[in-house]
Design a protein around this ligand. Sequence first.
Ligand code: GLN
Ligand code: ZN
Length: 755
Amino acid sequence: MTNIISSSNLGYPRIGENREWKKTLEAFWSSTISEDTFLKQMKNYRLNYLKKQKDLDIDYIPVGDFSYYDHVLDTATMFGLVPKRFEYSGGPVSLTTYFAMARGNEHAHACEMTKWFDTNYHYIVPEIDNNQTPMLVENKPLQAFLEAKNELNMIGKPVILGPFTFLKLSKGFKQDEFATILNRLVPIYIQILQELETAGASLVQIDEPALVTDMTKEEMKLFSTAYETITSQVLGLDLILQTYFESVTHYEELIQIPVKGIGLDFVFGKEENLTSILTYGFPKDKILGAGIIDGRNIWKSDLNVTLDLVRKLNDYVPFERQILQPSSSLIHVPVSLKHETQLEPLVKNALAFCLEKLEELKLLKEVVRTPTPAKMHELSLHHQTYNELATSKWRKEKSQTHLPNQRTLPFIQRQNLQQKKWNLPLLPTTTIGSFPQTKEIRQTRAKWRKGELTNEEYDIQIKEEIKKWVAIQEEIDLDVFVHGEFERTDMVEFFGEKLAGFTFSKNGWVQSYGSRCVKPPIIYGNVSFLEAMTIKETLYAQSLTNKPVKGMLTGPVTILNWSFVRNDIPNEEVAFQIAEALLNEVQLLEDAGITMIQVDEPALREGLPLKQRKHEAYLNWAVKAFRTTTSAVADSTQIHTHMCYCDFDEIIDSIYDLDADVISIETSRSHAELISAFETTVYNKGIGLGVYDIHSPRIPSEQEMLLTIERALSVLSPSLFWVNPDCGLKTRTEVETIAALKNMVKAAKKARALT
Ligand code: GLN
Ligand code: ZN
């Protein structure tokens, strides 16, 4: 018996197996290679990626998912939507303008960049003002389709970002203009699709992940109308409306839309999407894109469970109308496990990067089509390796200890005790933690890692750096010092390397934004504390000065959100394991006499679920995890936290609930908006609003920082207010840092005198 089920991919990682894409991109930006060479190399990668997918027997291979920077930027420039400041005069957007929009140039600042839904991928925010009329200046999906057809004789599946989501991600227009602009986009999509149809395309994937967000009924109506118009004009082409990252919000309305297929996520939205199908059925004339392999995490699938799911779906959508696919584009996972020669075999066997995920799809398809004994054997082998880690000692069920998550005294009383202890001046000055990471420091760390420096030699060099910066902080006359974080490559990796349950790939890179890639740590087992992580450096710094030195840790939620996390237990549980491990460090610091301790949580906002109704549950455990790490200390111990720029409004109550004695936040880019969120009436705990932007080499003057402080003091009480830069200073030079901090301290002293 043969069940005709097919397979598809939604997007392939553009960075390539060895980040070759990144290297080519950066070589072009630095003029090391010509435009011609750049285009040729990129084309090579593109075709190569298609061939790899073909070798893995994927039936519907995506084309047009490749990009020189970002697919949202590709879509905007395809419509000629270039902000005025880039002096664009029509026609296909040149590479120079394209990259200027992404990165800025001497005359114009770059377009804003922000997170793609709840992932760590960042897209370029399209700017549409009412005077701009979107036009099709270049049919990019068509070019990609023709390239695959001509060069590889392949009928690819063009991938296009849909008009509704595109507009939802854009800015520059008023909300009441949304429908009008959407209506302007519709004919453009029709044109793109008609041209694809003429060129011989048969199936097109239109990504509309906005369908999983909290869309209103009215929005859904707009959506449906737009697609009714599109489908009525494009008859010879099968459109698949693709969703991912969550369950769709208006399933009932969605299945009424006369498109050929709908793609649903059965990993992240599994239960709800399934319930929708069970409740409302699935139309007999539609194809179901079944997203059954996790497109965002790096673990092997339990294919037995997946197979059960596919069979269950078969009751509602027969195999011949099912397409097996990853839950989302695979740009969120690294390319290949092939290069991981140093991973513990048990862990490596449990992993699946992009290519291994596509292999899983292949196996699954074969098993559904013709379950020969050989295939069934392969499946059971797959399951066996999957199970090895699952049943290993690393993942042995760990009972959760109930740790306190409440400080003994309320903030007001703690503040009193702490003030008595340190007697800090009004508007105390401090920094966020890191000081410049020079080339020398990075080399020192690299040499030590390679074994070219002994531990003793390494320690001496790190100590020298700490000593130098303690002296600098004395000279600048800051009130609260830091040791400078010279021993840390990255604020998550550093702790991951010292805790049990973490491991690190050699080549597990994923694109974060543009050419920037990140290599998230892998949390494969139970996390626990092994040894002191920060005591040595902190104590050394403290031994050199009478000023308080803050202990400096990364918080449990940030460590979790910036890692690939095991998926056999809820994230919440992992967060508490990390929290408990960090609590050990907090106690060691406190025992050693370090009683001002900062626990950074810049990624707290990032983990917020896409659906509003899930926010509360997330924020509850996230706050609890932070408090588990920070609550067991004496009331006279001062807990600081830090958050980088984010939309604080939405989470202000939770930030308050963290119950930190002092929070420092990044605000200098949007002062007015943020201060209001933290007005004394709402937020009556210690707060440091960043008084200067550390992302720019510009040295802010004393006068301008004084103004910023005064503005803040108009809504915040001076007894709560701290003066600090926006974020850590590791990317700045020594000269910039010293000059800026000197001005900052002078401004604080003036402000003190004035209050
Ligand atoms: N303590 C860290 C630093 O100063 C905080 C970095 C961050 O918030 N991203 O670098
Ligand atoms: Zn920060």
